[in-house]
Design a protein around this ligand. Sequence first.
Ligand code: PGA
Length: 235
Amino acid sequence: MKVIAGNWKMNLTLNEALNLADSIKTSNKNEIIIFPPSIYALKIKELLKDKNIKVGIQNVFYEEFGAFTGEISVPMVKSCNLDYILVGHSERRKFFYETDDVINKKIKKALSSNLNVILCVGETLSERESKKHFEVVKRQVLRAVEGIDNFKNLKIAYEPVWAIGTGINAKPEDANEMHHFIKEIINLYVLYGGSVNENNAYSLLSQNYIDGLLIGNSSLKKASFNKIIDIAELF
Ligand code: PGA
C-alpha cells in the first residue's frame, strides 16, 4: 500500500476547498489523505463521509483543554472523527519555533490517544551541503519518538527543506537512501515530500524505500493530485 497525502497548508477559501475535496479520486489499495486548513476539516470530513479519503489537520497542541488561545487539541480532533495529524512540518519548525521537544510532546499525546500521525523531518540546504543531513534527520527522528514505545499509528515524511515549494525535488535515489537510513532507525512507513508533481511521482514511488508521497503545491491542483493518485495505483 502506498500513501498519497496532500498538505494544503494555508490555502483556499471554503468553497474552493470543498470543490477540491469533492474532486479527489479514491483508491481501493492505497491510502489517500488530505490535510486542509483546520477550519475546513470538519465540513470536508462530512462531505467525504462515503468516500475512502482520510482527513487530517496540519498541527495540534499537546495539552488537552484550557487557556491556550488559538490552539486545537488531540481530544478535539478525535471528537470530530478526523483521521490524522501532521506534526513537525518544517514550516512549523521555522515560522512557529517548534522544537524537537514540542514535537515529541505532540506525538506522545496523539499516539496515546490512538490518532494517526505523520511526523515530518528533513535537513536544510546548508545541512546537506555540509554533509550533516543524516545526522540531522537521525536527531529529529530519535528526539520525536523519545519515550514512546507504540508506533503503530506513526508514519514519517522525509521532506528536505530545500525541496519544499522550490520545484527542485530530491533525486529519487538520494531520497531512497535517506528513507533506507530512517527505516534502519525505526521501521515505519516513510513518505517523501518536497516538490512532488505528476512528472516525478512515478520515479519517486519506484524506489524501494519510498512508501508514499506528501504533496504540497500539486495537491492544490485537482488534475495533478488525481494524476498522482492514478500513478500510485501502478505500484
Ligand atoms: P511542496 O510541499 O510539494 O509544495 O514542495 C510539500 C510539503 O511541504 O509537504
